[in-house]
Design a protein around this ligand. Structure first.
Ligand code: GLY
Length: 375
């Protein structure tokens, strides 16, 4: 059984190598447009190149491939491309510079120790302070009235501050991440493990006023699957920061809610409230995010903690599903690695497509499956 798992996982890594080389060749042949364009989502199996919040994930994927294969080619490729992201470091009111710079420059520094990467990632972390609203949560500047909303994605964006704290030891980064996570979790994560995507906040007091969904609109009680796993992943990072019992409990609650709202194959529908219908469109990227979070949580718990084994086993089970032929098929024509990373909103309208963050978190999960701690 173990051999089957190992060889299937290795086949997926081999496939990621082939697909990534294809994207690298495409990027090399694209004339510079002045925009940052990286693989974003597939449309009929072809990666579209766009300028989006997600552009750091292709660079992060190169780093994970280097870790999984030992091939320095990916470090060199990342070094050729990473500069396309740098101009974004000045967009301090755009909270997604947390996504952009953690998965590119910060991860690059972790892997290579290159001083220039550290410098740029810290500049972005400093500029991210400009996105803080009174109280200390992050502005959602893509929403009308974004200065009045707390959003679930911010649980991921603060990872840039957590990284900055780890490499500098400066308290201001830890305090900013902890404050934003505290406000966001109080506003968006309910006691029963249910999450809201956004919450309108009272502009004067910062008190939660009214939930709002942009991505999942199946019903007024919708839970956006990917948003829920962003919350879960962010809560795991907060647990790793200080091993606080409150975050351990939060991770447990969010995970229980998630696991009781996935389809029978263990992958959620794009809206968790649709997972009871097995024909619902899946978002396998949410499963990949949860899988990596579960591995990291298990690794951070003490060996005696009763949650450690169940979380590790759940991560293994999800990874087996995501590396199966259903979710990582060997079709050479399809340019993504993880399929059914789809939501019926915005650009991806059909099942069977890929999203760069789905491919990234699949590789990140494969990396953490090797029993390494979080970094
Ligand atoms: N902006 C984050 C997401 O779409 O998942």
């Amino acid at each position: 059984m173990l051999e089957i798992t190992v060889s299937t996982r290795n086949e997926v890594i081999d496939r990621a190598v082939r697909q990534t080389r294809r994207q690298l060749a495409k990027l090399a042949s694209m004339p510079p447009s002045g925009e940052i364009e990286f693989p974003y989502v597939t449309n009929k199996g072809r990666y579209m190149m766009e300028d989006k919040w997600s552009s750091g994930f292709f660079i992060g994927l190169l780093y994970r491939l280097c870790q999984l294969t030992g091939d320095p080619l990916y470090i060199k490729a990342a070094d050729r491309l990473i500069g396309r992201i740098e101009p974004y470091k000045n967009q301090g009111d755009y909270q997604d510079i947390g996504f952009l710079f953690y998965y590119s420059y910060a991860l690059g520094y972790n892997l290579t120790g290159q001083e220039e990467y550290r410098k740029v990632a810290l500049e972005a972390a400093d500029n991210l302070f400009a996105a803080r609203l009174p109280g200390g949560y992050l502005e959602c500047n893509w929403l009308p009235e974004g200065k009045r909303y707390a959003g679930v994605d911010s649980m991921m964006n603060i990872r840039l501050w957590l990284w900055a704290y780890r490499v500098t030891g400066e308290e201001r980064y830890r305090a900013a991440a902890a404050r934003s996570a505290q406000i966001t979790s109080a506003a968006l994560m309910r006691e029963d493990g249910f999450t809201y995507e956004y919450m309108r906040m009272d502009a004067a007091t910062g008190a939660p006023e009214q939930p709002y969904n942009k991505n999942a609109k199946f019903s007024s009680e919708s839970v956006w699957a990917r948003g829920h796993t962003w919350a879960l992943y962010g809560a795991v990072q907060m647990y790793i920061l200080g091993h606080e019992e409150g975050w351990r409990t939060k991770v447990k609650k969010l995970s229980e809610f998630y696991l009781s709202h996935v389809c029978t194959d263990g992958v959620p529908a794009w809206d968790l409230m649709l997972s009871g219908e097995d024909t619902a469109m899946r978002d396998a990227s949410a499963a990949a995010i949860a899988c990596s979070a579960f591995y990291q949580f298990a690794a951070a718990l003490s060996p005696e903690d009763p949650l450690r084994q169940p979380f590790r086993q759940e991560a293994e089970r999800i990874l087996d599903t995501l590396t199966s032929a259903e979710y990582a098929p060997s079709d050479p024509e399809h340019e993504g690695v993880l399929v059914h990373a789809s939501t019926p909103l915005h650009v991806v309208q059909a099942a069977g497509e890929s999203q760069i963050w789905g491919d990234y978190f699949l590789l990140e999960s494969l990396y953490y499956s090797l029993e390494v701690g979080s970094k």
